[in-house]
Design a protein around this ligand. Sequence first.
Ligand SMILES: CC(C)(COP(=O)(O)O)[C@@H](O)C(=O)NCCC(=O)O
Ligand SMILES: [Mn+2]
Length: 910
Amino acid sequence: MAGPGENLHPELRGLKGLNQQAEDKNQHVDKEGGLSGGERDMAPVTGNSIHRSGSRPQLDLSKAEIQGNFEERDPTILLPNQSDDISHLALDIGGSLIKLVYFSRHEDQSVDDKRKRSMKQRLGLSNGNRRSYPVLGGRLHFVKFETSKINECLDFIHSKQLHRGACKDLPHWHSDSANENAVIKATGGGAYKFADLFKERLGVSLDKEDEMDCLVAGANFLLKAIRHEAFTHMEGKKEFVQLDHNELFPYLLVNIGSGVSMIKVDGDGKFQRVSGTNVGGGTYWGLGRLLTKCNSFDELLELSQKGDNGTIDMLVGDIYGGMDYSKIGLSASTIASSFGKTISVNKELKDYRPEDISLSLLRMISYNIGQISYLNALRFGLKRIFFGGFFIRGHAYTMDTISFAVQFWSKGEAQAMFLRHEGFLGALGAFMSYEKHGLDDLLAHQLVERFPMGAPYTGGKVHGPPLGDLNEKISWMEKFLQKRTEITAPVPMAPPGTTGLGGFEVPLSKGETLRSDASALNVGVLHLVPTLEVFPLLADPKTYEPNTIDLSDHSELEYWFTVLSEHLADLVDKAVASEGGTDDAKRRGNAFARAFSAHLRRLMEEPTAYGKLGLANLLELREECLREFQFFDAYRSIKQRENEASLAVLPDLLLELDSMNEEARLLTLIEGVLAANIFDWGSRACVDLYHKGTIIEIYRMSRNKMQRPWRVDDFDVFRERMLGSGDERPLPHKRALLFVDNSGADVVLGMLPLARELLRRGTEVVLVANSLPALNDVTAMELPDIVAEAAKHCDILRRAAEAGGLIVDAMIDSADGSKERSCFVPLMVVENGCGSPCIDLRQVSSELAAAAKDADLVILEGMGRALHTNFNAKFKCDALKLAMVKNQRLAEKLIKGNIYDCVCRYEPSH
Ligand SMILES: CC(C)(COP(=O)(O)O)[C@@H](O)C(=O)NCCC(=O)O
Ligand SMILES: [Mn+2]
């Protein structure tokens, strides 16, 4: 099929009945998509939509004001309603590092709007089924300090008031008391050593928790609650491991701190320390410091990147004249004796390069730990070994060395795995030891990890949490550009090779691929969202993978990186215009562009830096980043303009549809959905098109191009399910969930008429829309007004909207004063729990999960929801996936077709 743009011509045939008046109302889509002040005033007040979502905690920006002089370069912005004060802190004070885990709770700011109230009633959702102590929404932060800088740590706690009101076994939010008897959970030797200092400086006591208990509790929590926590690391390649919770135990936990503990874990609280070694992180750092005069652990680690251990270690090749000792599986590069070469030549310490010494030492210690771990796993018949502790620091070479030792000695039987939150096991465990925080049974789907601005980008000394204040963030991004600071992240790995016959070749994951800065924690802030649920209609949540395209293929990642980078300038223009184009908006826009580019570059360099990466994550990251710079709805005016234009032509479309027989109507409706999906401001090709005609012209053109068979065309099977064949008349579906996509023609002329058809046939319809804006997607907040407007022209929609509580005012008051629902089939709206063009069905709003319980038909619409994600998703009920492919590469890859081809994939339940 040719691209619709190629044929855009004045003699476009109109849809029968589209009137001229509507055409006139229709404005040209201007190039910038920018807005004059007047247009902006017309936009609905969606500024506070952010509070309405309630699904994912957000900043409370209400009553935000600039403090001091507006002309100032970096004025402080006050967020008086942002309550970050309800906190909860636990510490792990080790020999070299202090690890902090703290929780900040945000009050539930969701506005209980009319739509939500009526949906809650209808779906039987109430607070009544909550547990006795609530799981609180909030954020879990991970921070570390060097133990030698304990005063900085105390200042940090004080500045954030993290110690305020902490009571034993009672998290802060239960306590009104001031600091009397305040107690903070702490583990590690420093909990004893520094107890007096904490009392003196902060007036709090440290409640000491057993270190082993904490390590195990922390590891168990992470392995159960965080989806992509554990990964393997072999020959420079990182792969996340999907763990079956039922088969987690037993495992060996190896915690590499200053010393090393090896713990056999059999369950929650069930473990035994089976071994350990005194040759650990402290040994590397201590010996390394003596031998190289390095000033910090990280400096030592950085040195190792440029090292060649062949000058220090005696290798098999040295003994065998450059040959492998293949009979016992040793390559020439295998270390026969660590530091062995230093005895045989007449050299002083000063004659050796510190880089080489550091590398030899690192290899010696990592290999030794790997080998002892394997022997202990063998002792107890354990197959899985998880390595944690801050010795590892996400250091590729350390992990490769350990993995190699485990793999080599176990002949591939045992597996070494690493943890993303490696250094925080103890602190997390101490945190978990507070009773009744309600976090112990949190599940993976209730946690959303976010990577905000701040520490992750700096190579330097920034420690502590992400920058909190918007202004801080902007200034930071400005400085970031001025200094041209490089992001400290590894460059792409060389293609993995082989380590030969059991030995180490020059490591692949070395040199520039090493991450040397300790500040790159590689862990984000964990947002705890207790209301998120797994979509109940997924056929197999365990094997469900939302992303269709695998971004671990580097060329794919590069392609999407380029697409998103090229789209950035346009997006910033729209975002700035959506905020009135003020200087402040421009400044924020620039900062956003820099921050997002930095995220992209970071991910290009290390795609797994933020956990497993899919296209959906990239697209969501962009939206999150916009929100972080307080652009809450960049496409607001475009959406509104397109809604108005489409609503104006809706009556004629409905008339035309009503003049058709059922079969022709169904086809026209599906065609309509596919055609109207062209209104996608996230697709470069489509945006180019919009400069060539009005919304309605483009819509018509797109409809005229709808020729079957579509590239994926299951329409006949769908029609048969809906209309039957011959005399047989199938039962209508009971309830359909329609995952809607874009505003304007897409929802008004595409999905709403389809919803109307289902309603007409007696199927309840739930429109599922985004909780937060993303591109030009329609949100759940915006839908009731759109439906109400459409309902003015259509009885079916009006009655259904009344029955679904969408048009509340029109409901009849009954004798007892309550609003009585009409007995018509209802049309409802629920939010999906996300703010992205894609949807991960493992994390949806509880409202949607409740609505899904009675549904027997799911319709997913759009490229983001039906192609980028969920194209391969299987459902327990009938599923229809409808989308126009608006990207040439995706069309070729996914459906072996071309841009503007359509997908109508119908998968009946079995
Ligand atoms: C962001 C989108 C997934 C939105 O598509 P939609 O779900 O609205 O159909 C899509 O526009 C997209 O993949 N855009 C990037 C590719 C491009 O510009 O060609
Ligand atoms: Mn969309």
